[in-house]
Design a protein around this ligand. Structure first.
Ligand SMILES: *[C@@H]1O[C@H](CO)[C@@H](O)[C@H](O)[C@H]1NC(C)=O
Ligand SMILES: *[C@@H]1O[C@H](CO)[C@@H](O)[C@H](O)[C@H]1NC(C)=O
Ligand SMILES: *[C@@H]1O[C@H](CO)[C@@H](O)[C@H](O)[C@H]1NC(C)=O
Length: 255
């Protein structure tokens, strides 16, 4: 085998390895099996939220069945994206885990929080368990608590959980006018530093098996900070990825 052929094989192997570790699931493919969720699935794809979900390792999606969108579909594209990303929580929750939700942990952190566009508590969801039923609302003060978690649609413990809900969760003010600059930058770093590097980095291995007490980074005081551990883990992953590529490069150089 010529040195250039083996170099090519090695490089391909490294590329294959890195792409194989980036996605444990494809939310679009999962939801395609459920005809009741075609509209929601289309909305996830259209807004690009599906791709962002697929880049994460532990995710909960609160899905709306066809015909339960209220007036979301009539809103502008960027508003639809903000609303849909508020239905995606950055941790794994099934119905059982939600029923045990300890409110002293503070609200759930959503994907919208990572965009750096959320005002106040718009990027967070409150959970209330009442008579064995789980209710959700925007964490914005005064938001109504009338969205009920109905049942599990699909899950791959502990990577992705898709739960059906009774009505859309629309944070007060989320469809208000944002400055065009911030509206055009879905990946703008949030004040917490959850920038594109962390958001798009390789998956975080240590987050793969949260127990009932697993914490998606929602801080007890509801601040906009994601868990510092999550960020540093992502950085470590990126660094080890570079190490692999550097090792491959020096191997190739030595041929
Ligand atoms: C997920 O599946 C959809 C539909 O087949 C496809 O268009 C998309 O590229 C897939 N995404 C990933 C990350 O593989
Ligand atoms: C909720 O968490 C607080 C603080 O960690 C703890 O003191 C309390 O016992 C927990 N409540 C339940 C019902 O687990
Ligand atoms: C969850 O993700 C991890 C890491 O990507 C993967 O090794 C594991 O197989 C996934 N679990 C399922 C059920 O897909």
């Amino acid at each position: 085998m010529s040195p250039s052929t083996s170099a090519l094989i090695l490089v391909s192997a490294v590329l294959l390895l890195s792409s194989a570790t980036t996605s444990a699931y494809n939310v679009t493919l999962i939801l395609e099996k459920y005809p009741d969720y075609t509209e929601f699935n289309n909305l996830l794809s259209k807004t690009g939220v599906a791709d962002e979900i697929n880049r994460r390792q532990t995710i909960t999606v609160f899905a709306l069945s066809n015909g339960h969108f209220g007036d979301i579909s009539s809103k502008k594209d960027d508003v639809q994206k903000r609303i849909i990303s508020t239905h995606v929580v950055l941790d794994y929750y099934d119905v059982t885990k939600l029923k045990q939700y300890n409110t002293s942990k503070g609200p759930l952190t959503t994907l919208f929080q990572t965009y750096g566009q959320a005002k106040g508590q718009q990027g967070f969801l409150n959970v209330v368990v009442k008579e064995g039923e789980v209710f959700l609302s925007s964490a914005v003060k005064g938001a109504s608590m009338d969205t009920k978690v109905e049942s599990s649609v699909a899950s791959q413990p502990y990577n992705i959980s898709i739960l059906s809900i009774s009505s859309p969760i629309v944070a007060p003010g989320i469809d208000g006018a944002l400055s065009p600059a911030s509206a055009k930058q879905p990946n703008a770093p949030s004040p917490a530093g959850e920038g594109p590097a962390a958001a798009e980095g390789p998956k975080q291995e240590e987050a793969s098996a949260p127990g009932p007490e697993g914490d998606g980074g929602a801080t007890a005081d509801g601040s906009s900070e994601l868990s510092p551990n999550a960020n540093s883990a992502a950085v470590k992953q990126v660094m080890s990825g570079f190490g692999l590529i550097a090792a491959a490069a020096s191997f190739v150089a030595g041929l």
